[in-house]
Write a protein that binds this ligand. Sequence first.
Ligand code: ATP
Ligand code: SF4
Ligand code: MG
Length: 400
Amino acid sequence: MTTVGKNLASRHAQDNDLASSTLLAVGSLSVRFPQGKQHLRAVSSVSFSMEPTESVAVVGESGSGKTTVLRAIAGLLSGQALISGSITLHGEELIGREEAQLRQLRGNQIGFIFQDPVNCFNPSMTIGAQLRRILKIHRPEVAKSNWDAEILSILGRVGIDGRGKLKNYPFEFSQGQLQRIMIAGVCLGSRPAILLADEPTTSLDVTTEAHVLELLRELRAESGMALLLVTHNLAVAAQICDRALVMYGGRVVEEASIIDLFDHPSHPYTRQLLKSLPHFPHRQGRLSPIPGELVAAIASEQGCSFRPRCAEVLGEICALQVPGLVPTGQLGQKAACHLFPAASAKGVDGGKDHGDEVSGGEESGAEGGRAEESEGACQAERKGIGEATSRRIGEATASR
Ligand SMILES: Nc1ncnc2c1ncn2[C@@H]1O[C@H](COP(=O)(O)OP(=O)(O)OP(=O)(O)O)[C@@H](O)[C@H]1O
Ligand code: SF4
Ligand SMILES: [Mg+2]
């Protein structure tokens, strides 16, 4: 393991020592949206948990359900969404709560940085008025005479000189500026137990992105809050997160520590995702985009949703059975792929959260043999990827 990798692992271990109880537990979460007479499956049987102070990245391509998971946790899904499963914060169920209770939770326990900052501000109120309102509601200890000084100071931390701009309206700021003002708003309010950040750096230039990531790190260090971060950018995930959930087609297809995700990616989708990154040495200069595209799932689910794009399809089992999220054999790592039937057959995790339509890893002779063969090839490939990605993590996290 690289030095940076060791540092990351030791930091993770320290965090785990501090964190004794589960903060957030998502169990078999499914979200459907009505589409004509049918339903679009945005999220299916998603389960994971987070300890206090943990930072977890949610990665995956557009339409894979990342925002829907975050919105479900914050109680921000539209009224037409059909939600099932369980979401608990500090052991208390959030699904089914009244809107007023959820609003209070969002103000105190759950912070949310939206993917689209423009629609998060009231267009008819100045930015100053909106930020002062946050202080008034959540920081009664700050004297009114100090409100503007506090606001200017926090805006400065996200790289915005707010002098003379507090009387401006949201439309007078760029998208990137609004995104930073939204982050400043979260910093101004009472520090939440968990911050849900939906691509908080997408519209920022590299320098501002670095400032914002630093600010998020500082916030976590100061208040010990947990972070659930949606990002398309694996380098951002490597810089700020301990663990990652990889989503595809509304499901979590891989869960691993950030180090293992780069060093031993297990799911074929994760491996292809890493290969499509720029500056990936074994690719010899050419990008390897994943062929095909993610298709929104409307009909009932059958088989693995990655199958049309998978280079390692095993045969009938992939077409007929939805793979469950099972341990891969690598400590703390899970993947939803029939390449990993052995681990689930041993019952390491028992496929607890698979739901009715998901297979728990039956091992049939032919398929088991093919899986071993394929696994051998994969391991050779993973070795190459692991060495290369260790270097990439080293580069990406050099500024930690
Ligand atoms: N309110 C809604 N009504 C209908 N369909 C929706 C709604 N919100 C999301 N969806 C659908 O659910 C699926 C998952 O969407 P989601 O926004 O969660 O994806 P995402 O992973 O966040 O994508 P991106 O990276 O582009 O932000 C998509 O097919 C999307 O079209
Ligand atoms: S279950 Fe089959 S189709 Fe799906 S990712 Fe694994 S090998 Fe590929
Ligand atoms: Mg999104």
